[in-house]
Design a protein. Sequence first.
Length: 266
Amino acid sequence: MPIKGFMIDVQGTLIDDIDKKPIAGSLEVIASLRERGFPFVLVTNNTKMESAEFRSYLRGLGFDFSDDQYLDPLMVLEERVPPCPVAAYGSEPFLRVLQRRGYRLEYDSPKAVLIGIKEDFCNDEFATMIEALLGGAELIGMHETSLYSKNGRRYPGVGALLRMLSFATGRGYGVVGKPSRGFYGEAMRRLKRQDGSIEPDSVVMISDDPVGDLKGAKEMGMRTALVLSGKVASVEEAEDQLKHVEPEWVCADIAEWFKSYERGAA
């Protein structure tokens, strides 16, 4: 099946995890896709800014894309978790976003424990989460990242925390953003609006997260490309993860991947 469309991760793939600026060659790749009319969707784990605000930030960096070529978990949150009392954990901007959207922060008897990226989780917070889950609250991750990269160091991602809490309580969990089928399904609908003939096996998912992004994409039938410009610094350190993903491409960055794709498409 020829490649007809692309899903492209943002953090660690298009912008650097440290200074949040474009990774070398990433602006040119997006510009080339736009110029050639290739369907694509930027699929990001952004939860710290309202969707429109983060789109504006990316455009301010020089990325050229339409509103329909962008998707983040906040855009599908209400479909997965309608506004309700939630024990939410994440950055202060994330909590403010939730409150503006009608979610009430409730840590004694929440309907859901909602987890996003946070730099300083502590054991008392985990204990509060566990009590809420054992009391019947639903466990939901805004996404399922394996690692969280900050200031050149790597920490457990939301996916790692979800699995820890699931193991501790015996409760399952749901995911709003990547790599949930609901999120990728919405991304596919956005690709189909650009080209109605696109199917998962004609789409390449490009990301720096083998487990949090690529594994779910592959399970849906997409082709996958791992870039080593973010969470994963080498094939060797991700060897065990890659056994479950076996990406079709492994490249230093998105610019190198695009050159490899063009050689194969020529």
